[in-house]
Design a protein. Structure first.
Lengths: 305, 299
């Protein structure tokens, strides 16, 4: 074996190389940055946990007291009267959010497919993308005002009107999220599909959208969850009811968010209790919707990995 | 070079008429033909040029590609061999800014005539890519995908064609017990054979392969090469490869491309140097540039 001048085989291997970590500026920096990041995570988690804690602490007893009457009974007309329930508000929230989802998700996904798969960088799609971004910034109360003027003044209060307002809020979010997800679908999958003689439309339906599905569902869910908690646009469009109204198209309805607002600002303790109960119900409802949607997506995407 | 004589046969590209299904019965006289075999011309390239925007990537390629042969495109990076390959099944249609000029005939049909549907073209001229790109679906659904696009929906038909294609791609024995498992769980070599199965399932006449083995280990490469020799009896294969030994091993005919500085644009552009029977190219190349390249004295 060729050895460098002066080196012998024994000298090379008799002393184990020193591999222990040395105290250095680099290791100090590493410790500081790790500490900062941990602190940030805690700072983010504290308010989140605090909110959930407050809602559960104040709302749980209201909801479980005489279960399940809180979820099914009608809302007391006299605010100071203690007791349940929030049934009509749950239905109202489901109706308005459902209408909004049925409008905004198909439109938003179709729009994003156009923008990413067909329009690409042409002038029209750049305009649409810009308008969607602007729409994201429109305050929800302005959106409610818009629906009030264009819809409610003509057709009266209804859950559908509230749904229209919520849909206008959701639409840009769904478009944005879907377009991002479509961008992430690798081009080689599209090429693989074209290479076996598949048309563009079928490539989108059978390859691109399924590949992007989990992301699209996540983005849409975020929009749905935000919409379910919106209050301002519903103030204009939904009106205020205390009884069940299962028809989304006629008569005033109500929603959990409206009931939280109305009851929490009341001076009566009984009403305030109901507001906490409604808040907990809303959190649970959003959680449930997310859970169901995730489960369905997982079933769809079972083979993927 | 291929035959200088360009056949001016009837071009089946009348409005509303899709590509001619039947292969041309004509046989063309060609230099360097393999003794005793008469095969027809599948592709005829006549001064084909491909542009990306204003950049001319490939300059004036004229050649003929013959039925039931393996034709290899070799040459250094950037010489346009992949670009020419992708023009053969109109894959450039999906690349923004890409444009093809000059003549390109598939049997008697002009591939770039206005009323030719790229979807119909690709159903007859399939493609296997450099990186194995199975869909994130099951093994079965990967192979069935093209069949369903084609309009085959009867389960029994799909079942038998999936099995036939997987057997054809020498993958059946390895996957027959897990057809419903994700294709992404296969090894790289298996994925590439799955992509070949997916391509041959729709019953193309031509299979284009863009460096199909460059992402694979030598064992998987040997598998694919053996498969190509088997597939030759049923399909016409055009393969782009960086591996000269591979071209020498599998192909009947080899085209050597290289880059040259484009006088008009001042940029490097690809061009066809020499096209001949593979043994001729590797034993007695007609052009000095080819010789330098195959003996490894080229950059």
């Amino acid at each position: 074996m060729d050895l460098p001048a002066g080196a012998t085989e024994t000298a090379e291997f008799s002393v184990a190389p020193d591999l222990t970590a040395k105290r250095s500026w680099r290791s100090v920096k590493s410790a500081i940055m790790t500490g900062l990041m941990t602190a940030s995570v805690i700072a983010v988690a504290v308010p989140l946990v605090a909110v959930i804690w407050a809602v559960f602490a104040r709302g749980l007893q209201v909801v479980v007291h005489g279960f399940p009457s809180f979820f099914v009974d009608e809302i007391p007309v006299i605010a100071r009267k203690p007791g349940p329930g929030m049934g009509p508000a749950i239905i109202g929230t489901l109706l308005a959010t459902g209408v909004a989802t049925l409008i905004a998700v198909p439109l938003g996904v179709a729009g994003a497919v156009y923008l990413n798969e067909y329009g690409m960088k042409n002038r029209f799609s750049r305009l649409v993308r810009f308008m969607a971004n602007v729409m994201t910034g429109v305050p929800s109360i302005v959106m409610g005002l818009f629906i009030y003027v264009t819809w409610t003044l003509r057709f009266g209060y209804s859950a559908f009107g509230g749904g229209l307002a919520l849909a206008s809020l959701m639409l840009p979010v769904v478009i944005g999220a879907t377009e991002q997800m479509l961008k992430l679908v690798p081009n080689h999958l599209r090429e693989a599909s074209y290479a076996v003689g598949t048309s563009k439309s079928r490539t989108i339906m059978a390859v691109v959208l399924p590949a992007a599905l989990p992301g699209i569902v996540s983005g849409s869910l975020l929009a749905v969850a935000r919409a379910a908690g919106e209050t301002a646009p519903l103030l204009f469009a939904t009106g205020a009811a205390t009884e069940y109204n299962l028809n989304p198209f006629v008569e005033a309805n109500t929603s959990l968010s409206l009931q939280i607002f109305g009851n929490a600002t009341s001076s009566f303790g009984a009403a305030q209790d109901r507001a906490w109960g409604a808040a907990l119900t809303l959190v649970l409802l959003t959680f449930l919707i997310t859970l169901v949607a995730r489960f369905v997506t997982a079933r769809f995407a079972r083979i993927r990995r | 070079m291929g035959s200088e004589e360009i056949d001016k046969g009837p071009v089946d590209a009348r409005p509303g008429v899709r590509l001619a299904l039947k292969p041309s019965p004509r046989t063309l006289d060609r230099p360097g033909k393999v003794a005793g075999t008469q095969t027809s011309v599948v592709f005829e390239l006549d001064k084909l040029e491909v542009f990306y925007g204003a950049f001319r990537a490939v300059r004036s390629v004229s050649m003929q590609i013959f039925k039931n042969e393996i034709t290899a495109f070799i040459g250094p990076s950037g010489c346009g061999k992949t670009t020419v390959l992708r023009s053969l099944n109109r894959m450039h249609d999906v690349t923004p800014g890409a444009r093809v000029s000059g003549g390109l005939r598939y049997h008697t049909a002009d591939l770039y005539a206005p009323h030719v549907s790229a979807t119909e073209v690709r159903r007859r001229i399939g493609m296997v890519f450099q990186k194995p790109n199975p869909f994130p679906k099951s093994i079965y659904d990967n192979v069935a995908f093209g069949l369903r696009s084609k309009g085959v929906h009867a389960k029994s038909d799909i079942d038998s064609l999936v099995e036939k294609s997987l057997r054809g791609a020498a993958l059946w024995d390895e996957v027959k017990d897990r057809l419903r498992a994700s294709a992404l769980g296969l090894s790289g070599g298996q994925q590439q054979r799955l992509c070949i199965a997916r391509t041959i399932a729709v019953g193309p006449e031509v299979v284009l392969m863009d460096e199909p083995c460059s992402a694979l280990d030598p064992v998987a490469t040997a598998h694919i090469e053996e498969l190509m020799r088997e597939l030759k009896s049923k399909f016409t294969i055009v393969i782009v490869t960086h591996n000269m030994q591979q071209a020498a091993r599998v192909s009947d005919r080899t085209a050597f491309f290289t880059t040259e500085v484009d006088a008009k644009f001042g940029l490097r552009t690809g061009t066809l140097v020499e096209y001949n029977a593979t043994d001729k190219i590797f034993s007695n190349p007609g052009d000095e540039r080819t010789e330098r390249y195959i003996t490894g004295r080229f950059g």
